[in-house]
Design a protein around this ligand. Structure first.
Ligand code: IMP
Ligand code: MG
Length: 197
């Protein structure tokens, strides 16, 4: 667990005096990945993507809202020319269980015919959101569609999804932080933890 917490200034979140770093919230936040650990992994993903897409000018499509923090860091870790766009879908109400229903709230503004698209997600859980999204985007005849997800919760999968670039595999817990929310709370935390109710 020590290495997962990290040792740099950004990893010492548990000693911070910021009130939102104190884990006296209800529910309790149990740490999983520190800001340092996340930063190192995102850097590696960026290097991998830059190598694979050299000369291809890929389009990163971030899935709002959960992927916005990850997308910002990932884009800056990809050292080849690329563009960014966002799509917003909604698959959760205010609870912690997926409704299984995916609502498309905002579409990308970039035409993707013949483009190499990389969908950037926070978590693949049941897989329903991404499989829907991939099918929708493929109707527009992109050159390719790949998936980059920060987290993978394989125990809950309902439909198979191939994740091309993955940050971390996580247990079947409800996680928050680094863009990921519980009822719109905790998105701003620089680390990732899970909730214990
Ligand atoms: P899926 O369609 O079940 O694969 O999950 C879709 C979305 O649900 C993910 O991209 C997240 O935005 C959200 N989600 C899944 N698991 C969690 C979690 O543990 N915490 C917060 N959001 C989650
Ligand atoms: Mg998401």
């Amino acid at each position: 667990m020590d290495s997962a917490l990290g040792s740099g200034p950004r990893g010492r979140w548990f000693k911070s005096t910021r009130p939102d770093f104190q884990m006296d919230t209800n529910p309790t936040i149990i740490p999983l990945f520190s800001a340092d650990v996340i930063a190192r992994r995102v850097e590696e993903l960026g290097v991998e993507i830059a190598e694979d897409y050299a000369g291809k000018n890929p389009l990163l499509v971030g899935v709002l809202k959960g992927a916005w923090v990850f997308m910002a860091d990932l884009s800056r870790a990809i050292t080849i020319p690329h563009q960014c766009d966002f799509i917003q879908v909604s698959s959760y109400g205010s609870g912690t269980e997926s409704t299984g229903e995916v609502r498309f709230l905002t579409d990308i503004s970039t035409p993707i015919a013949k483009r190499h698209v990389i969908l950037v997600e926070d978590i693949v859980d049941t897989g329903l959101t991404l499989s829907n999204l991939v099918n929708r985007l493929k109707e527009r005849n992109p050159a390719s569609v790949a998936i980059c997800s920060l987290l993978d919760k394989p125990e809950r999968r309902k439909t198979s999804v191939h994740i091309d670039y993955l940050g971390f595999v996580i247990p079947n817990k409800f996680v928050i932080g680094y863009g990921v929310d519980w009822d719109e709370k905790f998105r701003h935390l620089p680390y990732i933890g899970y909730l214990e109710f």
